[in-house]
Structures are given as structure tokens and as C-alpha cells.
Write a protein that binds this ligand. Structure first.
Ligand code: SF4
Ligand code: SF4
Length: 432
């Protein structure tokens, strides 16, 4: 088979969708919705500017420059521009594809390259290795070393990202994946059967959230199947521009989950849901259109799933709390799920729901953005914290582990009292 040609000056034959870039009519509707444009006022850091740069590379007008590499990683991939664009341009996805190109055009070398390859190609695709790698961090917390480090302020001597990464770490518990039974029966009259896609960060950092997700699903009448052999969805690889490993993970998860006879594949991680819904496009060239289409249809965020099935509210207990909701970008902009989580929260008796101003504005987490660009991430976070303060809420509900980590850290740093909970933890409180 003839090898696929690279488009224009892209170094790899895995370039952004050219027709998509052509759709940009330079109207500028996206500009006020883009956090990096609002921060910098720079055209090249806007959706329109980023698409123009990538198109110029595709059209042979410029080389794949360092500026495009920088912009591809400076983009939060928040997809707010996709929601606002009347022409259906997806600048975030264009930048995601450019990260892959950037790794080819400006390859890393030495120990940094080896470390990156180890994390992306060996550690993340292996659930066992990933879980073992968290053991030192759990010991660090359990043996009181964390307390010593925090109180000695020694991390202030290092780079900003180091202190932030340490400060963001929640209290760690053993990962959930090995503990969850493969099949958990529905409670009461069975309404259906679902597979549960756990997600790496959830099982490692927030096992209680996933436990609550299973509790809510079973109490709502669904049998839950959790295949233990499931692997990372590939979202961290997409974020770091490793599309090859993403495709091999996509191939694996697609085959594993499509073997199961289930009504839906449910996840409680917005980032995983968005990545799983992209498998159809990532594996397009495999020719398995029907299988990929069915897989796409089956992937459901927990809010989307419960919204479609209808939440049984007869046995819900009252939760007397003032609550607000931060929308994860990968739920509202990437998956178009915005109303369903609010409906679920409002369906819980006793809740006093307060709408958050700019609820769908990014929190500044964006995978590794919050550590690579600590200053810009903080500015984006500050805007979010001000809006949270104005609600007077006691609980801040969200639905993505990246947002959860960033918001909990930000609230603590700012001395604000709000507790961050996942939507299934809130539903779990009402479920008893
Ligand atoms: S990306 Fe969309 S909204 Fe932005 S300038 Fe182009 S067409 Fe307009
Ligand atoms: S994905 Fe977000 S940060 Fe990137 S161009 Fe679009 S709005 Fe800006």
C-alpha cells in the first residue's frame, strides 16, 4: 500500500483536518470565549489565529515553526471555541493534532524523551504498573513525610509546578479497580445492564467517587459490569501529542467493551468520556464504521445516562445544602452535556441550587497546562474562584477529576470554605 503523503509542511501524515480549517471565516465570534486570547490579547493565541497558523503550514506558506508548537501546547483544549463557532471549526482538535506534529518536528532527546516514553507508552497503558507507581506517594502521605515537607516549606525553593503538584495531591487510598467486583447486581427491579469505564485518575485519586457512581447506578436499577482489564482511555496521550499510543489504546478498549452485552458504557470522568467519543474519528481508517458508531452511541457520561433513563427520585433523601456547579470543558463543550447535570442536582430534595456565573469557563486545569503554565493557570482559576465566592454555595459540584484537583487546591489556597464534590457523590448522599 502506498504511504500516505504529508499535507503541506506538516512533518507527519497525521495532520489536522484540512476541510475543518477551511471553514474558518475569520468572524471572531470565538475570541471572547477563548481563555488564552482573553489573557494575552494575542491573535496567535486565539482559536482564529491558531487555525490560521496551522492552515498556513498545510498550504506550504510557512514551516512548522516553534511558534505553532508553543501555541499547540498553550491551547487549553477547552473547546469553548467549538461551542461558539458558527462554522463548526474545532480549533482545540486542530491544536491537539499539531501537538503530535510538534513532537515529530522538535523531538525531545535524552532522559526527558526516555521518561516521556516510559510514562506514555509503558506506565499509562498498564493498569498494574500505574497502580504500583502510586505506592510511594501513598507511603509518603501515610508515614508523615508529606506533613514534614509541607511544614518545612522546602518546595518553595524549587520550580512553581513542583509545589503546586504536591499541594494538589488528595488524600490517597488504594486504587478501586482491583477491589470492584466484575459484576454488581442491580437493586430492586432491574432496568438495564451497563459497563463501567473507570478511568485512571478516578481509580487512583478519587476511588470514592467511582464507588458512589456504582452505588448510584445499582440503586437506580442497573447491573454494573466493570472489566478489570480495561486500560487508559488515551486522553493523556492526546493531550501530549502521542496519537499512535492513543490509537492502540482505543483499539484495545473498543474490542474489550464491544464484547460485552450491555446497554451503555458509562463513565464518571468527563475527560475519559470525551476521549472515548473520539475513537470513531481516531480509528476511522480501520473501516469498522458500524462497530465504531455503535461504540460511540454506547458511551455515556453518568449525567447523560441518568438524564436519558430518568432519575428515580421516590427514595431519595433530602440533602440540605447550598450547591453550585462548575461545568467541565470536556463535558459541556466537548460532549454538549450541560443541562443534564443541573437537572440531576435540582432533582435532589432539599438542595438550594445557585447558578454559577461563567460556569462553563475553564478552571485552568486542562491536564498538564496547570503545571506547565502555573501563572496563566492561576489567573484563569482566580476568575473562577471569584464567581464561586459570589454564589455563597457550600458545595461546588463538578464531574471531572482534573477540575476537581485544580478547584479543591485553589479553594484551599484562597482560604475559601467550599468543598468540591463529584455529582455522583452528591447523588450518593441522597441515596443513603
Ligand atoms: S474559528 Fe469559528 S468563530 Fe472563530 S473566527 Fe473562525 S469561523 Fe469565526
Ligand atoms: S480550545 Fe480553548 S484555549 Fe484552545 S483555542 Fe479553543 S477556546 Fe482557546
Amino acid at each position: 500500500m502506498a504511504e500516505k503523503q504529508c499535507l503541506g509542511n506538516f512533518p507527519l501524515a497525521d495532520e489536522p483536518n484540512y476541510e475543518g480549517m477551511l471553514q474558518c471565516m475569520r468572524c471572531g465570534f470565538c475570541l471572547p470565549t477563548c481563555p488564552t486570547y482573553v489573557l494575552t490579547g494575542r491573535e496567535r493565541s486565539s482559536p482564529r489565529g491558531r487555525v490560521a497558523l496551522a492552515k498556513a503550514v498545510a498550504d506550504d506558506q510557512i514551516d512548522f515553526t516553534g511558534a505553532l508548537k508553543e501555541e499547540s501546547f498553550f491551547c487549553l483544549d477547552c473547546r469553548a471555541c467549538s461551542t461558539s463557532c458558527p462554522s463548526g471549526v474545532h480549533a482545540g482538535q486542530v491544536m491537539e493534532a499539531c501537538r503530535n506534529q510538534a513532537n515529530e518536528a522538535f523531538p525531545l532527546t535524552g532522559a526527558v524523551r526516555k521518561f516521556r516514553e516510559f510514562v506514555l507508552q509503558r506506565m499509562l497503558p498498564s493498569p498494574d504498573l500505574l497502580e504500583t507507581s502510586m505506592l510511594p506517594a501513598r507511603l509518603y502521605q501515610k508515614l508523615g513525610i508529606q506533613w514534614l515537607i509541607r511544614h518545612s516549606h522546602i518546595l518553595k525553593l524549587g520550580p512553581d509546578w513542583m509545589e503546586k503538584a504536591e499541594g494538589m495531591m488528595p488524600e490517597l487510598h488504594p486504587p478501586l479497580r482491583p477491589q470492584l467486583p466484575e459484576v454488581i447486581p442491580a437493586e430492586g427491579e432491574q432496568r438495564g445492564r451497563v459497563a463501567f469505564f473507570l478511568g485512571c485518575i478516578m481509580t487512583l485519586m478519587y476511588p470514592e467517587v467511582s464507588r458512589q457512581t456504582v452505588k448510584v447506578l445499582t440503586s437506580q436499577g442497573f447491573e454494573v459490569i466493570t472489566p478489570k482489564e480495561q486500560k487508559c482511555c488515551g486522553a493523556p496521550h492526546l493531550n501530549e501529542g502521542d496519537r499512535e499510543t492513543t490509537r492502540s489504546l482505543a483499539r484495545y478498549n473498543l474490542d474489550l467493551f464491544m464484547e460485552l452485552e450491555v446497554d451503555a458504557i458509562v463513565t464518571d470522568c468527563a475527560g475519559c468520556g470525551a476521549a472515548l467519543k473520539e475513537y470513531e474519528e481516531l480509528l476511522e481508517e480501520s473501516g469498522e464504521h458500524d462497530k465504531l458508531e455503535l461504540f460511540h452511541k454506547r458511551i455515556k457520561d453518568i449525567s447523560e445516562f441518568l438524564g436519558e433513563q430518568g432519575l428515580r427520585t421516590e427514595s431519595l433523601k433530602s440533602v440540605e445544602k447550598v450547591v453550585t456547579y462548575h461545568e467541565p470543558c470536556h463535558l459541556c463543550h466537548a460532549q454538549g452535556i450541560s443541562k443534564q447535570p443541573r437537572d440531576l442536582i435540582k432533582a435532589i430534595p432539599g438542595i438550594d441550587f445557585r447558578e454559577l456565573n461563567e460556569a462553563s469557563w475553564c478552571c485552568g486545569s486542562a491536564a498538564t497546562f496547570s503545571l506547565k503554565y502555573t501563572g496563566e493557570s492561576q489567573q484563569i482559576l482566580d476568575r473562577k474562584l471569584e464567581n464561586i465566592q459570589a454564589t455563597g454555595a457550600e458545595l461546588l459540584v463538578t464531574a471531572n477529576p482534573g477540575c476537581h484537583l485544580q478547584l479543591a487546591w485553589g479553594l484551599k489556597q484562597a482560604g475559601m470554605p467550599q468543598e468540591v464534590v463529584h455529582i455522583t457523590e452528591l447523588l450518593g448522599m441522597a441515596t443513603g
